[in-house]
Design a protein around this ligand. Structure first.
Ligand code: DAH
Length: 349
């Protein structure tokens, strides 16, 4: 009984040096484990006279509870100390400068394309796409440009094999769509996409650039529909006060063909360096779809007429934002790209 009374004091003394979970487990085993001091005390119970045993047994059990409580509170103290140490170590200094999160934005050309798409979707057009690797048949032949046609010289092309090339314009999507429609349904589409030409890159030429093609085929389609549509484009991109004018031109796939100018927004038509003192800036090519093109794509030219147009997206962007070098669009200079962040086009509604 006497040695039992010392055990609590001994344990408390021993716990003073215990700083780790492992050491605490050792002490726990030494005192309340199967081979520990309390177990040894129980063993001695056999040697006691029978009448003393119940009191001794109770005393051992009571002591066990006390010892376990001490061990438990020491464990809690260790846990708390460990937590405090971690908190101290992992402290966050909220006054340190943050790491800025760089958020990307849409490329200016994508913004312009989306803006033009929105305009045409509003007028009931569908958006169509075609392959960039195109057959000679769709890129030239079915657009009224047969193999020996001199107009093919207008577009020096990247050929992949004798009959396959990187498309030189988005016009082949016209042919693909008309063929898919089977010569019956009206067509009302625009086709944005990349095109390729064997040009040496400089401030105004790029071997790869973007176009938006437009095509309407229906039973009563006229040049005035074309003009009204293109006026909308000009005003959406360059401002509500713009005017357009049509000049006669030549494209193999349209007859008549026109080049379309927009009145210069910079000088309001007075003449400046941007419009080369003319008051007008050329923005696109267009015309009434050539009978041969309609016929080759399965449409009866005595019943259907159509208009078509094609514009360069970079050219529109360069005019709208006074960008002086087409290479800026493709060299990924952040100083250029970030100028158009979160931009709504910078253009008038
Ligand atoms: N495909 C022509 C080019 O790349 C642009 C063009 C002109 C498209 C007149 C047309 C059009 O649809 O009618 O230069």
């Amino acid at each position: 009984m006497e040695s039992l009374q010392h055990l609590e004091a001994q344990l408390l003394e021993a716990l003073k040096d215990i700083k780790t979970d492992a050491a605490l487990n050792d002490i726990k085993a030494q005192y309340v484990g199967k081979k520990g001091h309390l177990a040894a005390a129980m063993q001695t119970m056999k040697t006691l006279p029978a009448e003393e045993r119940p009191a001794f047994g109770q005393a051992v059990n009571a002591l066990k509870t006390v010892l376990l409580n001490h061990l438990d509170s020491h464990q809690k103290a260790l846990n708390e100390a460990a937590m405090m140490a971690r908190l101290e170590q992992e402290v966050i200094d909220v006054t340190l400068p943050g790491v800025p999160f760089e958020q990307g934005s849409k490329h200016i050309l994508s913004q312009i394309i989306e803006r033009i798409e929105d305009l045409f979707i509003g007028m009931g057009y569908l958006i169509k796409e075609g392959p960039e690797v195109e057959s000679d048949l769709y890129n030239f032949e079915k657009l009224n440009l047969p193999a020996d046609h001199p107009a093919r010289d207008m577009q020096d092309s990247f050929y992949i094999d004798e009959h396959t090339l990187l498309r030189t314009h988005t016009s082949p999507v016209q042919v693909r769509t008309m063929l898919a429609y089977g010569g019956e349904k009206p067509v009302k589409i625009i086709c944005p996409g990349k095109v390729y030409r064997r040009d040496d890159d400089d401030a105004t030429h790029s071997h790869q650039f973007m176009q938006i093609e437009g095509l309407v085929v229906d039973e009563k389609t006229s040049m005035s529909d074309l003009k009204g549509t293109l006026l909308e484009v000009a005003r959406t991109m360059f401002g509500a006060d713009r005017e357009i004018r049509l000049r006669p031109s030549y494209f193999p796939f349209t007859e008549p063909s026109v080049e379309v100018d927009v009145s210069c927004a910079n000088c309001e038509g007075q003449g400046c360096s941007i419009c080369k003192q003319t008051g007008w800036i050329e923005i696109l090519g267009a015309g009434m779809v050539h009978d041969n093109v309609l016929k080759d794509a399965g449409y009866d030219p005595t019943k259907y007429q159509g208009f078509a147009f094609g514009m360069g997206v970079e050219r529109i962007a360069m005019l709208a934002y006074k960008i002086e070098d087409i290479r800026h669009f493709y060299t990924n200079d952040q100083r250029f790209l970030t100028q158009f962040k979160d931009d709504q086009g910078g253009l008038e509604e």
